[in-house]
Design a protein around this ligand. Structure first.
Ligand SMILES: Nc1ncnc2[nH]cnc12
Ligand SMILES: [Zn+2]
Length: 336
């Protein structure tokens, strides 16, 4: 087998609904008798010209209309996991948006059982994965609490909760209760912050929500004291470079603050966010930053090691994955 150009890695910032490729949208629409407001794949792709986070979210939620049954969620997850595994992802901690399906009248049990079966099939393809339920920050905080209790009642196989959707105007403070409950339940806690919001959102996610990882976090760089804290406390940042370009957080990848983040010594990981919409899976993101910033194989290996360390995997699995990264590096640089 050829040596992969990117190291074996772990994906920590991936919305399963954001892996819904245009071809799968059209196929599921046909299977479920859903009428789409565009003629086909090409016309849909033409709409992937986003101006900001909200312009993307509007289409992302609309496209979910084709996901109706447990089998649809299984197919979605299995398709993503097979693609990710082919690109060297050995483990993925996957976000899903329960509220986005509940508001469309899809039962939570369909979503959860469907995804769980998809994850099981992923293992057949050599990739393990877990689920993180994200709450939509532009919906009521009480609803998030109710949905968490519904997940508990279903015994949903989630390892944690997260916070996503419209950041500006919906600060972490709104979600203190649901994060406190998650802590009580022994669940991990992560939160999107510092994507479009400022460094104060990142600080709030740490202080008020007890976030163990910050999803994106790129705007933390605007506050050197906060950045120093993230470094000192080894808080992982799940950075998504191609997403930041496509949502106009930066003009081009060359303008991305990744080099500045790496210079601080922060625990930076590279992820894909919504690969079907932003033009690349985990390996594509790694290759893109390697090309743009001239990263060496050693630096790519460090990014993969960071992802292993930042994961919620048990220590023995982490050790095994770190050894795989070492093996990759040894094969890429035999005269090291
Ligand atoms: N990049 C992103 N930011 C916030 N919410 C999201 N939901 C899916 N992708 C997202
Ligand atoms: Zn995200």
């Amino acid at each position: 087998m050829p040596v992969l150009e990117t190291p074996p890695t772990v994906e920590l910032h991936l919305h399963i609904e954001g892996t819904l490729e245009p071809e799968l949208i059209v196929a599921l629409a046909e299977r479920n008798g859903v009428t789409l407001p565009y003629a086909g794949v090409e016309e849909l792709r033409a709409r992937y010209d986003f101006t900001d986070l909200q312009s993307f979210l509007d289409l992302y939620y609309d496209n979910m209309a084709v996901l109706r049954t447990a089998a649809d969620f299984t197919l979605l997850a299995e398709t993503y996991l097979r693609r990710a595994a082919a690109g060297g992802v050995r483990h993925a901690e996957i976000f899903f948006d329960p509220q986005a399906h509940l508001v469309r009248g899809v039962a939570l049990a369909e979503v959860v059982t469907g995804l769980a079966e998809g994850l099981r099939r992923g293992e057949d393809a050599g990739i393990t994965s877990t689920l993180i339920a994200c709450f939509l920050r532009d919906r009521p905080a009480e609803e998030a609490c109710e949905v968490l209790e519904q997940l508990v009642a279903l015994d949903a196989p989630i390892v944690g909760i997260g916070l996503d959707s419209t950041e500006v105007g919906n600060p972490p403070a709104k979600f203190v209760d649901v994060f406190a409950r998650a802590k009580e339940l022994g669940l991990h806690r992560v939160a999107h912050a510092g994507e479009e919001g400022g460094p104060e959102c990142v600080a709030e996610a740490l202080d008020l929500l007890g976030a163990e990882r910050i999803d994106h976090g790129v705007r933390a760089l605007q506050d050197p004291a906060l950045m120093a804290r993230l470094v000192a406390e080894r808080v992982p940042l799940t950075v998504c470079p191609l997403s930041n370009v496509r949502l106009k957080g930066v003009e081009t990848l060359a303008d991305h603050p990744l080099p500045a983040l790496l210079d601080t010594g922060a625990l930076v990981t590279i992820n894909s966010d919504d690969p079907a919409y932003f033009g690349g899976y985990a390996d594509d993101n790694l290759l893109a930053v390697a090309d743009t910033f001239g990263l060496s194989d050693h630096q790519l290996a460090d990014l993969a090691r960071n992802a292993v360390v930042a994961s919620f995997l048990p220590a023995d699995r982490r050790r095994a994955l770190l050894a795989e990264v070492d093996d990759w590096l040894a094969t890429r640089c035999p005269d090291r």
